[in-house]
Design a protein around this ligand. Structure first.
Ligand code: NZQ
Ligand code: ZN
Length: 387
């Protein structure tokens, strides 16, 4: 562990088939008015909406609804939520859904009482949040982002064509999160795989940087192996409780963000995907899958030893007679094979990207933590390979 860190995670987790029992206990601790934020209807189909309303009713809560939170939530939707919170003097935002709903709730939390333009102050200038926050809690229905146990929020400003992520202080974390793996049984295969690659990518972003040999890298390898094994089961049987519960907990552990502590991290793949998402509105994890293979093929030459370790420890490649370069390549080949066999997207053209968009997408934020500090031209070359 070469780097210092401070770690705080205040989110209380209720996990498993009986997790919803925790909702009554927790809601009793907050004021009368709850804002129920959710997406386009999945929570009604799986019965969670009715369950939540019943619990709120039994506690005498007033429920205000923010429905229709879209994947890749927009700043406009955040503003709609802020108005509702103010008008109704909301005490707690209960986000029920995937990362988009939870992120939207966090953005509403920081923006409602912000003086001035919250986009400018908190998502552009990255100013510290100095206003009152509205408490957020979540009921997770789709595994992937880790938003249920972190302080991150990713919001798309449609007018500016920017998808921007920010990690806030721990007081923006959900106060509690309800994680019942059964709620994820109904997620489509496409969205399940998108979430799965998202968690893998969170781990690989933290893994492929630095020359450490530390605990975080061992944690990441273990989580990646669990995700790979569970994916192979869940793709065949989406209702395998153990596989879905492993995936749900890996989602939180991959981004809470314990796994990368004490080491250098990259995050360039995410920067490229955010820009891709701003132009195509694609599923986040599928965008990451399409970008990752050409990206890692390119940067592996600058961080060869870690890619060798990846091949050995994550994919158990038989390395007999192989050079380091061949072994590193075999590890990336194994990742690519996994992406293909499970049915993830491998081409940007399958995510509504056009060739004309590529130079605009290449204009993404350039970070310095990875094995290669990228240039816009190098990113464009990678995007062309991914196209
Ligand atoms: O709208 P509904 O009806 O809820 O349907 C959703 C949505 O269409 C559906 N879904 C969710 N639970 C379901 C279900 N369908 C059937 N059964 C269920 N139980 O899934 C679709 C996608 O949901 P979404 O919340 O968009 O997916 P995800 O969890 O992947 O979130 C993606 C967003 O999170 C951001 C991404 O950029 C993207 O905007 N991220 C947030 C991060 C964080 N806060 O730390 C980190 C990530 O890197 C990521 O950037
Ligand atoms: Zn992600």
């Amino acid at each position: 562990m070469k780097l210092d860190f401070t770690y705080e995670n205040p989110t209380k987790i209720y996990f498993g088939r009986t997790a919803m029992d925790g909702l009554k206990t927790e809601l009793a601790k907050y004021g009368k008015t709850i804002m129920l934020a959710y997406g386009k209807g999945a929570i009604k189909k799986i019965g969670v909406y009715d369950q939540v309303l019943d619990i709120c009713k039994s506690l005498g809560k007033t429920v205000v609804e923010l429905s229709g939170v879209m994947p890749n939530p927009t700043y406009e939707k955040v503003m709609e939520g802020c108005r509702l919170v103010k008008e109704n003097n909301v005490d707690l935002i209960l986000a029920v859904g995937g990362g988009s709903v939870i992120d939207c709730a966090k953005a509403i939390s920081v923006s409602t009482y912000c003086e001035g333009d919250a986009w400018q102050r908190y998502f552009t200038n990255f100013e510290p949040v100095d206003n009152k926050l509205v408490a957020v809690a979540s009921i997770l229905t789709m595994a992937g982002t880790g938003s249920e146990m972190n302080s991150g929020a990713v919001i798309t400003n449609e007018d500016l064509k920017i998808k921007m992520g920010r990690v806030f202080d721990a007081n923006v974390n959900p106060r509690f999160s309800i994680l019942n793996p059964e709620y994820t049984f109904s997620v489509s295969k496409y969205q399940m795989l998108s979430g799965i690659f998202d968690m893998m990518s969170h781990l690989m972003e933290a893994y492929f940087a630095g020359d450490d040999n530390g605990t975080s890298s061992y944690i990441i390898e273990g989580l990646l192996r669990s995700i790979i094994d569970s994916t192979r089961v869940a793709v065949v049987n989406p209702e395998d409780y153990e596989a879905r519960s492993n995936l749900m907990w890996c989602s939180s552990l991959a981004m809470n963000p314990l796994a990368g502590l004490g080491k250098a991290q990259d995050w360039e793949v995410h920067m490229i995907e955010h820009q891709l998402g701003a132009y195509t509105d694609c599923a986040h994890g599928m965008g990451l899958a399409a970008i990752s293979i050409p990206y890692y093929r390119y940067v592996s030459q600058f961080g060869l030893d870690k890619f060798v370790r990846f091949a050995r420890e994550v994919w158990h490649i038989n390395e007999e007679g192989m050079t380091k370069e061949q072994l590193a390549k075999a590890g990336i080949d194994a990742l690519e094979q996994f992406i293909k066999e499970s049915g993830m997207v491998t081409r940007l053209r399958d995510l509504n990207a056009t060739e004309e968009m590529l130079p605009l997408i290449a204009n993404s934020t350039l970070l310095m933590g990875g094995y290669k500090q990228m240039t816009t031209q190098e990113i464009l070359d990678i995007l062309k390979k991914a196209y």
